[in-house]
Design a protein. Structure first.
Lengths: 243, 456, 218
């Protein structure tokens, strides 16, 4: 199976180990991974803030780049970016040229855990990690992509990891893109509910499928001097006995 | 009455976040409401099918609204109801005040109606010299407190029992108590006389049935039954979108509304009112007037995304599920319709300029869409409104920043100069302080993933 | 004047719907299936027992009896006497006379001015719904609109033959009339509110207590 990685601008700039881990996991389960260096962004920031005229050219660029790929699937370690690509048909509604192209690319684009469990039918990637951890359901992954059981199946097969279900795991972390800086006080108030639940869970790490949520959660945990680490699902799955 | 404005949502929200009483009340109320709704929905194995069916019915009504409205009007009029059409809030208030004054009414009893809050009917009636008594317990409380409602179905949810006790003590001379049953029975006793003496009863409408000309109103307290059966004149106020095509459609909506609103299988009372009584000696009002209010609703029909706003059955489930509402409550929105549905209908009803912040006051988490009994895609609506607002009214610095962002994202060579991007974004769109006031910022990697891949 | 408003509103509706047409075509049709909403599995639980359980779940009281004398006995257990308002169904007065209650004042369908004096209201019903514990009152068939609303206690006498399983069936029944009755009321338990701190309080504006006596044998 040949996979083209969409690493996302956030991971590219701020959290490269997520990208590195994604590649490692995909290779470990037998995929050939290609990376098109022309990739930049899925256009979500502009789309979500209401700047569709700016979002469209960037989305077209994404479509063009990946149309040239011979890979079987486009895989991304981000639920929100994947959901954005799935919204491309909406962005090009009524456009006779771009709508079918958008639909085709959207159909080929998968979030990492969804790709592993639903497409490759793999639930055990041979990972091991010692400690107690919990899972935060990132909103787009959960509600747009219906990801709920898939990440949990993958986590439960990580040797040595003790998984506890987080209270209100599906509650928003308060990031919401530009919302986090347009209404920072509300964003942090929402975030603190998540932080309280994490602290009550008594875990060593909180895992999620979206780096944006992890930045939000991690940023508050470290500000509060917490010892709890944040970890992306890809990083957890790439972990093995070597650490 | 002290109304906060939608235009100062950010300040309102900050003040709400600093109010620990409010936050405690909100936490209890929204989590209780949420649990009860969830349990009630789970008790119906075909819940999802019911939602789909309800949405299909509403889509049909809204796509043919003029036809169904005329069918309703024809049937209601043939049964003796008088129909009044109101283009906007001022016209509705004027019609209602006119009806009351013509009949020398002095006292008006009201049951809870969000539509009359929307038009500020009470202010108009009082200005016309009438005494208005809100009879729904929650509405009565906020009327005494001179506050607007903070939730669509539980208007006084932001008040603790202690605050209500102090209010009743100050306004009614009731000795302080934190016994909720005693507070309730005081309200009952105080309001009893007002029903008997009232000349006019004003209610809202939950559903209007086109096929029969029936209006349906649901409640738990009994004040709606009293308001609509004791006074000689009953005036019912409804938004034009409240229609259902057939009597039988009520089966679906009566399964969804109580469960979504309060977690009940059925509210205590439903009143099905069709025209006026057949004999003068029968029990009930002599006159029934139905006021049909547009006030911006017809405009929302112009696009499928905005049209779904009108499917709302005012259950309040989205408020309880919303992480933003849970933190700041209803008053911050500066509108009688707060929360997720309020964030989308307030700009459409009041005009985008008056409520431009509201569509942005959301993390787009989608919890609202999950609980909406008629499957309104509120996140999609929020994005639709943002796309209307930003290009025209967004801050110049923000519009420029996104134009630059697009140019950068189109050119891999430019994109690779990521520190440039970071600096540009920060200069035109200050990220750091808004972020770093509460959270540590993750540093930009010294080598991007692109660069790491090159080194493979 | 109002015709101008009417025409303006209708015109606004029509023109905005017309404007929507091109966007409607672009929307992916969700194809919601139209279905018979009443698809809950039909209960095999005995119907009067189901009503009783449903009503008790919402703080109503329910007695199932098998004769007029048992109805009278049930009334005696509930009422101590006092001022009683009854509907104009002669059945109610007849059953009340079977008791030996000392009634201070008996009002037959008192009007809006007088009804507030009474302690208890007694009526029959036109139908009942087992799955929800609901009473169905049609004000054209019996004068019980105030009797069932104003006094703090309401007693309803139901015949088993009036019992239906589902709300949907009763909606169909109501609709069968050539002209739907001007005032139909559904009652499910005593009045309640949770407006103060979401804490349940029973007995607000409507009756504080509801008793339903079901005659199983009728």
């Amino acid at each position: 199976m040949k996979v083209s990685l969409f690493v996302t601008c956030l991971v590219d700039q701020l959290w490269t180990s997520v990208g590195v881990s994604s590649v490692e996991v995909l290779r470990r389960v037998g995929c050939e991974v290609e990376f098109d260096k022309r990739q930049t962004c899925c256009a979500q920031p502009a789309f979500n803030t209401g700047y569709l005229d700016e979002a469209r050219p960037v989305a077209r660029r994404f479509i063009e780049i990946y149309e040239e790929s011979k890979a079987d699937a486009i895989v991304s370690p981000s639920g929100s970016c994947t959901a954005m690509v799935h919204h491309y048909p909406q962005l090009f509604a009524g456009d006779p040229e771009w709508l079918p192209r958008a639909q085709a690319i959207a159909a080929k684009t998968h979030e990492l855990s969804s790709f592993l469990v639903r497409v490759l039918k793999v639930e055990d990637v041979g990972a091991s990690w010692q400690g107690r951890l919990t899972w935060h359901d990132a909103c787009h992954g959960l509600r747009d992509l219906n990801l709920k059981s898939e990440p949990r199946k993958l986590i439960r097969n990580v040797r040595g990891a003790e998984f506890v279900e987080l209270e209100h795991a599906d509650a928003c972390c308060g990031f919401g893109g530009t919302f986090s800086v347009k209404y920072p006080e509300i964003s942090v108030a929402i975030l603190d509910q998540k932080i309280d639940a994490i602290e009550r869970a008594g875990v060593n790490a909180v895992v999620s499928g979206d780096a944006s949520c992890l930045m939000q959660i991690g940023g508050r945990l470290s500000r509060k001097g917490s010892k709890v680490k944040v970890m992306h699902l890809a990083e957890l799955l790439a972990a093995d006995a070597r650490g | 009455m002290n109304h906060l404005s939608s235009e100062t949502f950010d300040q309102n929200a900050k003040a709400a976040l600093a109010d620990s009483h409010l936050r405690g009340a909100l936490k209890n109320a929204t989590s209780l409401f949420g649990e009860r709704r969830k349990a009630a929905a789970a008790s119906l194995p075909n819940w999802e099918d019911l939602r789909s069916e309800a949405r299909a019915i509403k889509d049909d009504v809204l796509s043919h609204l003029d036809r169904y409205l005329l069918e309703f009007v024809g049937n209601a009029e043939s049964r003796g109801a008088k129909i009044h059409w109101a283009r906007d809030a001022a016209e509705a208030n004027s019609i209602i005040c006119g009806l009351a004054l013509e009949r020398n009414a002095r006292t008006v009893v009201k049951s809870k109606s969000m539509t009359t809050e929307e038009t500020h009917l009470n202010d108009a009636l009082e200005a016309a010299g009438m005494q208005v008594v809100e009879t729904d317990l929650g509405e009565y409380i906020i009327q005494l407190a001179e506050e607007p409602p903070s939730h669509i179905i539980a208007p006084a949810i932001h008040k603790t029992r202690g605050q209500i006790a102090e209010l009743f003590n100050a306004e009614l001379g009731m000795p302080l108590t934190d016994d909720i049953a005693r507070l309730t029975s005081t309200a009952r006793a105080t309001l009893r006389d007002r029903f008997a003496a009232a000349d006019v009863g004003i209610s809202g409408v939950n559903f209007a049935i086109a096929e029969t000309g029936t209006i349906v109103i649901v409640e738990n307290e009994g004040n709606i039954r009293l308001t609509t059966s004791l006074p000689r004149i009953h005036i019912a106020v409804m938004g034009i979108e409240k229609l259902l095509p057939r009597f039988a459609d009520l089966d679906v909506f009566l399964k969804l509304l109580p469960r979504s609103g309060t977690g009940q299988r059925l509210t205590t009372y439903q009143s099905y009112i069709t025209g006026v009584k057949r004999q003068p000696s029968d029990e009930g009002p002599e006159e029934l007037h139905v006021v049909l209010l547009d006030n911006g609703r017809s405009r929302m029909l112009a696009h499928p995304v905005t049209r779904q706003s009108l499917a709302c059955i005012r259950c309040g489930a989205c408020l309880n599920a919303c992480p933003v509402y849970q933190q700041v409550g209803g008053h911050a929105y500066g509108s009688v319709y707060p929360g997720p549905i309020g964030a989308v209908i307030t700009p459409q009803l009041m005009g985008i300029q008056k409520a431009a912040q509201l569509p942005f006051a959301s993390s787009l988490c989608g919890a609202c869409r999950e609980v909406c009994p008629v499957k309104i895609d509120i996140p999609r609506l929020l994005l639709h409104l943002r796309a209307e607002i930003s290009p025209r009214q967004g801050k110049l610095s923000e519009r420029l920043a996104f134009k630059m962002w697009a140019q950068v994202m189109m050119r891999p060579s430019l994109y690779k100069l990521s520190s440039v991007v970071g600096r540009v974004m920060q200069r035109f769109f200050p990220v750091s302080k808004a972020w770093t006031n509460g959270r540590d910022l993750r540093p930009i990697e010294s080598k991007s993933f692109h660069e790491l891949w090159s080194n493979e | 004047m109002n015709n101008v408003a009417r025409e303006t509103i209708l015109k606004s509706i029509r023109s905005h719907l017309a404007a929507s047409a091109s966007y409607d075509k672009q929307e992916v049709s969700h194809g919601f299936p139209r279905m018979n909403a009443d698809q809950n599995p039909s209960s095999s639980v005995e119907i009067c027992g189901q009503f009783k359980a449903s009503l008790e779940a919402v703080d109503g009281h329910c007695m199932i009896v098998r004769s007029d004398n048992e109805i009278a006995q049930a009334l005696t257990n509930i009422i101590q006497g006092g001022r009683i308002a009854i509907s104009d169904n002669p059945e109610v007065e007849r059953l009340l006379q079977l008791t030996d209650l000392e009634i201070e004042e008996l009002g037959i369908a008192p009007d809006a001015h007088d009804i507030f004096r009474f302690d208890v209201g007694i009526s029959t019903v036109q139908a009942a719904i087992a799955e929800t514990g609901t009473l169905v009152l049609d004000s054209t068939r019996e004068r019980h609109r105030f009797v069932s609303l104003v006094p703090p206690v309401h007693i309803a006498i139901v015949k088993a033959s009036q019992m239906y399983r589902t709300l949907g069936e009763v909606l169909t029944l109501i609709r069968k009339d050539k002209e739907v009755s001007p005032a139909v009321t559904f009652i499910t338990g005593p009045s309640r509110t949770a407006d103060i701190e979401l804490t349940l309080a029973i007995g607000v504006h409507g009756p504080q207590e509801l008793y339903v006596i079901i005659d199983e044998v009728s």
